[in-house]
Every structure is written in structure tokens, then in C-alpha cells.
Design a protein around this ligand. Structure first.
Ligand code: OAD
Length: 229
């Protein structure tokens, strides 16, 4: 019997695209039709919280209705034979809903709200909306528990530790254009087997094998290979 591998999956919005959720920078991506400064920044929240809440309420409802796809399921199934950690930039819960048990959300989670005081009190929403006037137990307005541009990434260190200990790293569905998340791909040990799956990529990071194509086609193939070999 072969030893358990330490597999890390670094995922982005492309892994959920075939579940019907939009990416950010592809044609028709969210940031092609919306200004991230208005919707995903502390400045936007101060200026018009109602617009920000509406944007995330819509995204939460869509993410709640979406179903995990074959890529999410293939990643989850790898846990039967190997140690797997998913470090995701995604704010949907499709990895967990496919069965992945160790998921680090670098950019927060749509399924939660948090208070706006330093206590960061979290409230579980699942698919439900946040309204202006909805308060958390410390009396502050609830906001989406999402990491906006210009905000610290509290789970970054945890993600780094996982990548630095990986024997196998699969990067899937991310343009690798948003830092610091993208920098994680550069931290894997030299001996780690590194694969990257995307429809398009501006730059293939050093040491990676690029599998160009859909996540639902490429990921199950890679998972089969890693499950057996
Ligand atoms: P991008 O929109 O920047 O990149 C999506 C990537 O997924 C591209 O490389 C596509 O080629 C690829 N892709 C699209 N459909 C695919 C499919 N069916 N199969 C495989 N690959 C596919 O999205 P992210 O890299 O996720 O942050 O964006 C990173 C961060 O930017 C997000 O977490 C978000 C955004 O601003 C915050 O909101 C804080």
C-alpha cells in the first residue's frame, strides 16, 4: 500500500464556473460588469452599504442554489486515500458541500456575516440575506464575512503552512493575479509535484505542469493519477 500523500489544492473561481457561478476576470466575469472599488472595498462599504449588501446577497443566494461539480467531487474523494487540504480563494461552500473536510477560505465565506467591531463576531447565514439594521450580538451592523481589497488576509499564514508542507499541489481555476493569495503557488517545496488547471493563464508559475482545459475534465484525471500513483 502506498503512503498517504500530502495534497494541497489551491482553488479559485474557475473551479465553480461549471456549477454556474461567475469568475471575476474572464469575459462576463464579475469585475468586468461591476466596479470592485464600489463593492469589494472598505471605502465602498462606507459609501453605500446597501449596494454592497445587495451585491453579496445576490451572490450568496446564487451560491446557495449552485451544486458542486465533478471537480469539487474529485478533490473531496481524494481524502479517502490521502491527506488533502483545500486552500481556496472562493467564498462559496461548494468544496465543503462536495465532501471536503479541510477547507481554508482565504477570502472569507458568503455563508457567514460578521459584526463591524474589532470583536468580529460571526453569524451563520447559509443562504439568507443581510439587511441594513441587522445587528450582531455586540450591537454592530452585520457585513459579509468577506475579505475585501485592502483588508488583511487572516488565513494567509495557515494557507502558507499547508503549501510549504505539500508533496502534491494542484492549482485550479485561478488567474493567479490577486496577491497575496497568488504568492502561495510559489511556496511549494521543489520536490512537490505541481499542476495547474485553467482555461487560460497569463503566466504558468515556475515548476508547474499546465493542463489547459475545464476543471471538470482535468481535475478528475489528475485525481485519478494521484489516487493511484
Ligand atoms: P479570475 O476570474 O481572476 O480567474 C479565473 C480563472 O479560472 C482563469 O484562469 C480562467 O481561465 C479559469 N477558468 C474559468 N473557467 C474555468 C473552468 N471551467 N475550468 C477551469 N478553469 C477555469 O478569478 P480568481 O483567480 O478566482 O477576491 O480571482 C481571485 C480573486 O479575485 C477572488 O477570490 C476575488 C477576486 O477579486 C475577492 O473578492 C477578495
Amino acid at each position: 500500500m502506498s503512503a498517504r500523500k500530502s495534497i494541497v489544492v489551491l482553488s479559485g473561481s474557475g473551479v465553480s464556473a461549471e456549477s454556474g457561478l461567475p469568475t471575476f476576470r474572464d469575459a462576463n466575469g464579475l469585475w468586468r460588469n461591476h466596479d470592485w472599488r464600489e463593492l469589494a472595498s472598505p471605502e465602498g462599504w462606507r459609501k453605500h452599504p446597501e449596494l454592497v449588501l445587495e451585491f453579496y446577497n445576490e451572490r450568496r443566494a446564487a451560491a446557495w442554489k449552485a451544486e458542486p461539480n465533478g471537480a469539487h467531487r474529485a478533490i473531496a474523494a481524494l481524502e479517502e486515500m490521502h491527506n488533502v487540504v483545500v486552500v481556496t480563494q472562493n467564498v462559496d461552500a461548494l468544496h465543503e458541500r462536495a465532501g471536503s473536510t479541510r477547507v481554508v477560505h482565504l477570502h472569507g465565506e458568503l455563508a457567514y456575516a460578521r459584526g463591524t467591531s474589532a470583536k468580529r463576531h460571526r453569524v451563520r447565514l447559509d443562504g439568507n440575506p443581510i439587511a441594513l439594521g441587522d445587528l450582531c450580538p455586540d450591537g454592530t451592523q452585520l457585513r459579509p464575512d468577506i475579505v475585501w481589497f485592502g483588508e488583511p488576509v487572516p488565513k494567509l499564514e495557515e494557507g502558507m503552512q499547508h503549501v510549504m508542507a505539500a508533496s502534491h499541489l494542484l492549482v485550479v481555476g485561478t488567474s493567479l493575479l490577486v496577491y497575496p493569495a497568488a504568492s502561495l503557488a510559489e511556496l511549494a517545496p521543489e520536490a512537490c509535484e505541481k499542476m495547474v488547471v485553467a482555461l487560460e493563464l497569463e503566466r504558468v508559475p515556475e515548476g508547474f505542469t499546465f493542463r489547459q482545459g475545464k476543471a471538470t475534465e482535468q481535475v478528475p484525471e489528475i485525481a485519478r493519477k494521484w489516487a493511484s500513483g
